[in-house]
Design a protein around this ligand. Structure first.
Ligand SMILES: [Zn+2]
Length: 416
């Protein structure tokens, strides 16, 4: 028996049954349901000629040793957001498992190169607000001192939740040892957006993950009585913010794949009888090109100052968080495009707006690429998240094709 994509669908349904409820997937990292999902995974690798261990940051490694120590890594994450979907992260793990089974069988338990499957710990950051926790420890970019004191809504500390699962944050940096012999990393994920569905395509090769600029933008005006203050005498902080909220559409609209979002607005005093004296907003901007991203930030800053002046207000900016764009490996991107074309018919390339563990792996200098499969209605992080089963099966086949091409590339390189 060779690759059986239908086995991946069956695995996903089994996992959904075991770790979901009427509101969706509940595999939040460092909870009992997440541990149950990981135990389930262990039961799935029984009988395969593999070794398993958890690294110091809780990442789960399944290794099929090959003739060469040069290693192809396939990955995903079993953790979900609360009330999440059945595919986000778990498709990467279960599809990789099927590819691992195929390698084990085709090469009689010993492929030419070593193949490993990783289930990253706490990709989502859903409970403690720190995403890519396990993969950043692997990449050596973790921020342990800042992260250990993070608390969840019940005031449980991240460090205590980690300890309860049998790991120690002091030892997180040791996870970087897993980089040894890593020659390539591949990750299959659902798109989580509407682009492929609109184009009528099942699959895409992912160019990289977009850089992010995330800022708090606060407009300051003057609180005043809504009845006695003439329109011409107002310093309306909300009016200035509202202009910016519309302007970011044209700022983003100048570029193909840029996005700008003002996701939060708070007004003060925030009552029906007062002109807004203070308006706190947030702006999130993303693009795959660092120059475009920097340009969009500058444009938004200039526009905010112009609108503040027009409304007789002032504006203050402070950076909440940022990350540079990460472009995936050109050779692997080429293989991914070939695999997508061979299995899915058309080779579409697109950037990823969401961040993924693959971004951390790529930052560690390991050649990396991702593949997307179409999401229905573009919805994710929700129980209605879904993809067509025939597309999921194509995705498993395409990932397997990509893994084969990448394995041969690694093998050819390791002979030199
Ligand atoms: Zn994910």
């Amino acid at each position: 028996m060779s690759l059986q994509p239908e086995r991946t669908i069956a695995d996903l349904k089994e996992l959904r049954e075991l770790t979901g409820d009427e509101n969706g997937a509940q595999r939040v990292a460092w909870t009992d349901t997440w541990l149950k999902a990981r135990e389930w995974f262990q039961s799935k690798i029984k009988g395969l000629p593999v070794q398993h261990h958890y690294d110091a940051a809780g990442n789960s490694w399944t290794t099929l040793p090959g003739a060469s120590e040069k290693t192809l890594i396939l990955g995903g994450h079993l953790d979900s957001v609360p009330n999440g979907g059945w595919l986000d992260g778990s498709l990467g793990v279960t599809a990789s498992l099927e590819v691992l089974r195929r390698f084990a069988e085709e090469f009689d338990g010993r492929p030419p190169i070593t193949v490993r499957l990783v289930d990253w710990a706490d990709e989502e950051g859903a409970r403690f607000g720190r995403s890519l926790l396990g993969s950043s420890a692997f990449a050596g970019t973790s921020s342990i001192q800042a992260d250990r004191v993070r608390t969840d809504k019940d005031n449980v500390r991240l460090e205590d939740a980690v300890t309860r699962c049998g790991f120690s944050m002091d030892r997180f940096p040791e996870a970087a040892r897993e980089q040894k012999n890593a020659a390539a990393y591949l990750e299959l994920h659902i798109e989580q957006g509407p682009v492929l569905e609109r184009m009528g395509l099942p699959l895409a090769a992912v160019l990289g993950t977009k850089g992010v600029e995330r800022h708090a933008v606060t407009f300051l005006g003057q609180e005043a009585h809504s009845g006695s203050t003439p329109m011409s005498a107002r310093h309306d902080a909300l009016a200035a913010a509202a202009k910016l909220a519309l302007e970011i559409r044209s700022i983003a609209g100048k570029h193909d794949d840029s996005v700008c979002t003002m996701g939060s607005v708070k007004t003060f005093p925030g009552i029906v009888t007062a002109v807004v004296g203070r308006c706190e907003t947030t702006l999130d901007q993303r693009d795959l090109d660092a120059k475009i991203l920097a340009g969009m930030l500058r444009e938004a800053q200039e526009a905010s100052e112009r609108f503040a002046r027009e409304e007789k207000c002032t504006v203050e900016w402070s950076r909440i968080w940022s990350i540079e764009p990460i472009a995936f490996h050109p050779a692997l991107l080429g293989f991914c495009e070939e695999a997508v074309r061979e299995i899915g018919g058309a080779a579409h390339r697109m950037p990823s707006g969401p961040l993924h563990d693959a971004a951390e792996v790529s930052r560690a200098g390991i050649p990396t690429v991702m593949m997307f499969v179409q999401s229905l209605r573009g919805i994710s992080h929700n129980k209605i998240e879904d993809s067509r089963e025939e597309h999921l099966e194509l995705a498993v086949q395409a990932l397997d094709r990509l893994a084969g091409k990448t394995a041969r590339w690694i093998e050819a390189g390791s002979r030199n």
